[in-house]
Design a protein around this ligand. Structure first.
Ligand SMILES: [Fe+2]
Length: 283
């Protein structure tokens, strides 16, 4: 019997709010490498606007993500989701987002992860002809205990578990959850301390990865990992690093799964994280 979707479904990742000890430097880097327009933000910092990609930057003592925001097309679903959190004992607060209509809200997940949900004010700018396409698609965090974070996402928020990666003792080393048919819009990796891990731009195909890599080459920004193909998600990828150490992934061909497709389990090994070769094993 198919389960009834949470009010969350579908809710693609819409924007990120990042913190940086040097937001000016990070804004300049992201504007150039991701071809985004830099605008001043309310209350300081910067807003970066690109085709299908939006990032808010503000000052913080350490690099990290202030929140990750998911878009729901109907304000009534936003209200319904907020009521679901409240009824399950999870406090929420109204969010002040430059991109969402009134009624958007924030909720705290384990390990300092903050989720925002809202209905967008309008469609994001489209990719211009000849531009580099890359839709903001997923965000990933590191945590010493991924199980409670993933449980919160699934049980409280209504994300759907797509894949688990487990070590020899069957302990969770990575988990991938989806909020629409794309394999994951959020993931968590086990590591020694909580941290923001990476975000990804999803492109239209393999040739786009080539074009992004050529663009990075012109800027003398080296590829940090890849190209490769992940096991969970089956997506092609390459990654660069920003000046704060955040990884930025350019991805293509992310697997699609319907709401009721059951999750799979992968072994914790390099091949799982990169079917083509060596992997970034978080420590
Ligand atoms: Fe990723």
């Amino acid at each position: 019997m198919p389960s009834s979707p949470s009010p969350l479904w579908p809710a693609p990742l819409h924007h990120l709010a990042l913190e940086s000890p040097d937001p000016d430097r990070l804004a300049d880097f992201l504007a150039a490498t991701l071809r985004m327009r830099r605008e001043p933000a309310r209350g300081g910092g910067a807003v970066l606007v690109g085709p299908d990609r939006l990032i808010v930057l503000g000052p913080g003592p350490e690099p990290g993500a202030r929140h990750v925001a998911y878009a729901m097309d109907d304000p009534a679903r936003v209200e319904e989701l907020r009521a679901r959190f409240t009824s399950r004992g999870n406090p929420t607060d109204l969010a002040d987002s430059p991109f969402f209509r009134s009624g958007s809200f924030r909720v705290s997940a384990p390990d300092g992860v903050t989720l925002v949900f809202g209905a967008p004010e309008g469609p994001p700018p489209a990719t211009e002809a000849g531009g580099l396409c890359g839709r903001l698609q997923h965000a990933v965090f590191r945590t010493p205990e991924p199980e409670p974070l993933l449980s919160f996402l699934v049980d409280e928020a209504g994300f759907v578990l797509s894949d688990r990666v487990e070590d020899d003792a069957r302990a969770l080393t990575a988990g991938f959850v989806r909020s629409d048919p794309e394999h994951h819009s959020f993931a968590a990796f086990r590591a020694s301390r909580p941290a923001f891990d990476h975000f990804a731009l999803e492109t239209d195909g393999w040739n786009d990865l080539r074009d992004w890599a050529d663009h990075f080459a012109e800027l003398r920004v080296p590829i940090w990992w890849g190209p490769g193909r992940h096991g969970p998600g089956n997506n092609l990828f390459l990654m660069i690093r920003d000046p704060d150490g955040n990884r930025i992934e350019i991805s293509a061909e992310m697997e699609h799964l319907d709401h009721d497709v059951p999750h799979r389990v992968w072994p914790q090994e390099e091949r799982t994280l990169n079917l083509w070769g060596t992997a970034w094993m978080r420590a």
